[in-house]
Write a protein that binds this ligand. Structure first.
Ligand code: SF4
Length: 81
């Protein structure tokens, strides 16, 4: 839990540095489709909010322009800042 809180804090700091930018609905949907076919994605995780099992984030992360997929074999989607 502590590690998850640290990752969340780090993600929020990166988002603040990027000026709190969000992606548009089309980019968010594109990211979600990539997550949906990823073996690390748990749609029912985080109390049904969706969960990347690598970083622990909910689907809300997909809105953050500064966010990046943490897949170890290469990001499935990149930051849009
Ligand atoms: S590793 Fe990337 S594509 Fe897979 S669930 Fe996490 S954020 Fe989504």
């Amino acid at each position: 839990m502590e590690a998850k809180a640290r990752r969340l804090w780090s993600e929020l700091r990166r988002w603040r540095r990027a000026g709190y930018k969000l992606v548009d609905r089309a980019e968010r949907e594109r990211r979600l489709q990539l997550c949906a076919v990823c073996p690390h994605y748990a749609a029912r995780g985080n109390l049904g909010l969706g969960q990347c099992q690598l970083c622990g984030c909910t689907r809300a992360k997909l809105w953050l322009a500064s966010a990046r997929c943490p897949h170890p074999e290469g990001a499935r989607w990149e930051a849009s800042t």
